[in-house]
Design a protein around this ligand. Sequence first.
Ligand SMILES: [Zn+2]
Length: 340
Amino acid sequence: MNKNLVVSLGIAILVSLSRCAPTTESADGAMDGSMNAAINKQVQASIEDKDDWWDALPRAAWSPFEIIPVQQNQDWFQVYRIKEGVYGIYEDGQYEEVISYLITGSEAALLFDTGIGVGNISSIVKQLTDLPVSILNSHTHYDHVGGNHYFEKLYGVASLYAANNMTGRTNAEMKEFIGSDWIWKPLPDSTTEENYAGAAFTITDYVTDGYQIDLGERMLEVILVPGHTPDSLVLLDRDNRLMFTGDTFYPSSLYAHSGDADFFEYAKSAEKLAGYRYDVDYLLPGHNEPLVAGYYLTAMRDAFNAIQAPNAQFKLTDGDREYRFDGFTIMVSEPPPWDF
Ligand SMILES: [Zn+2]
């Protein structure tokens, strides 16, 4: 996701997309969004001429989930219990609204993505589990690898793309992502626009398609799904019928058009994932909302097929094609790759 989404779609669509998402399963506890809303208003009042994407917050989709209190500076991370042994660590203060997931077994834990690198996600994780924690990234875009450097054991894909991203990103490349139109929360003391950068990290354990990660009484299976990026993957928790989908599926605009994306690979991966439809009840996306219905696996496959039909309807948004479906859209370059 990036800033252009807000410019192009506008917040009304973001809100309506989240409303299109199916009702999530209820859980104990409820979110009190009043404090966030109050800070939200306060910060907005101090900012002029911005796209107020934060008006969509707090998203109703989070309200069924129990908030887990954590000690931190400036309240950057919101932690929720999503399912038994699954925590969503939500960075709702920044435009990407990225979600990292801590998944625990009886002997080990896995942190699936590490956020944008603001604050110290490792200190949050330590408050949630005493188990040894390893990392796996859904892909290596900046907003999913920011806290990788805090951890020693990192699973990842052997690809040139990931290898390039392991070298980190400079302050010049990164500072716009915490500019005033990208965030509404105060930054933790450790992060400033001057020092914010993407720290380098090292993949220590390479995964392949079908690779299994045993957390003790919880087995996770890696499924490689190139498309959004060459190193994109999802994580299947077969016993619990959950799939962690990263940026391959979330209930908003799917990026099949950006420089790192490959439309045909994405379409092939969507076909592959549709084959898991009856293995999962819920998807846990990398942005915006923590739990959406498994039927989106087939809906996404059908959507990728539908947009390649000659008369498929789209609108041009900032020069790219936007195809709308119930609960999500797909962005495709103009002209589309199938015309080449
Ligand atoms: Zn991404």
